[in-house]
Ligand binder design. Sequence first.
Ligand code: SF4
Ligand code: SF4
Length: 468
Amino acid sequence: MSELLSEFQYNTLLDYKRKKCIILEDLLQEVNKDMVFRFLGGLRIEEHKELTESQPILDFPIPKRVVIPLKQHTGAVLEPLVKKGDMVKIGDKIGDSKAFVSSPVHASISGKVTSIETHPIPTGEVVPSIIIESTEEDPIEEIVTENRRWEELKREEIISIVRESGIVGLGGAAFPTSVKLSPPEGTSIDTVILNGAECEPFLTCDHRLMLESPDEVIIGLQIIMKVVGAKQGIIGIEDNKKDAIEVLTNRAKNYRDIKVVSLPTRYPQGSEKHLIKSLLNREVPSGKLPLNVGVVVNNVQTAYSITNAVCKGVPLISRVITVSGDGIEKPSNLRVRIGTQFKDILEYVGLKKETKKVISGGPMTGFSQWTLEVPVIKGTSGIIALTKIEEEIYPCLRCAKCVDACPMGLLPLELGNLAEQKRFDDAQRLYALDCIECGSCAYICPSRRPLVHLIRFAKAEINKKRRR
Ligand code: SF4
Ligand code: SF4
């Protein structure tokens, strides 16, 4: 245990937080018997969703050049299946790996492979990538090759289609979906949750997708339920998206085993563990996965992509993103080909010259960009451009606001200190690996301490040591 805090002090603090939460929950349950369950910590944050929530999804023009990274998922780096000079058609598989935790990539435009080279991606890594230059117009409809009835497919067939189509979690983590759909022998899954919370500020791409393509979202949920053998499906949506709740609730009336639940708007409601707590009152223990409590969680956009892959044979070659922030002339929701460069998208929507920062993803969990020559990858949910940033960092006031805000019951100020002192073993003992990198602690900190960066650093060092 850290010298800065005894085990007794730590447990007392945690107990205090849990009791505060339970007392509040009991009081609320007196008023509303159907309430969802409240999780520890969390925040109400400024959302700025009004910039794009009424903007229908537009198809971004077919790019002249795409950069397809061979690592854009959690798992092994892929091997290229093409070489410089090859001609590829939209939808062709161009990279794959034999590793179980991996997901192939496909050509998102037709054209010529002009090079295979290392390239920066939005997560800050530099990875081998396939560059394709366009030679023709290639609407997505061209690759609609199938008209399959998912009900007639066997479980193994569906998993194989999902894998071959390169489907990964589109909420940000990009974990291969075929792996998620293949729980270890003996695991019993009773519930599939679709994550429609979209709790990050600015982002509205999932909101628009639920409104505009509710049938594909529900079919995707049914397919997942069939594969994992779940008896019920729940779509959890924050109550700041009332129109999406209404549309999906109307559709769900046709299915006895599917329901839509309105969740309080509270960050980070969309984290897997917190969704499970809110909807089912189950806690995923430290170091365990949702499947250990009988649940599989998928993002609504992942469900939509599963429907496209299984029913129409369309691999994951595009996704919907939100482009927003006060640095953008025309905030938009766009369907873009995977591999489209940020600079092309920002030129299309107009990037104001006062912009100080461009973020990939939402501002709470996203990555600041040092170059705009990065491609949209499967996990890119948005591009946010901001004109104001506060950079001054002050010493810790020991106000404990970060402790109150942490939804994982951690002590961010202590973890930040330990990371600065490179005391990674102590950070591990204070459960640094349980940090979900939600950014609540950094958001609330009056001294603007870079707590998430520090904890991310400590986690990376701990994991490095564990792999040795
Ligand atoms: S919120 Fe910031 S200033 Fe307050 S205790 Fe945490 S790290 Fe220190
Ligand atoms: S980033 Fe980690 S430490 Fe900070 S509030 Fe979120 S879970 Fe807690």
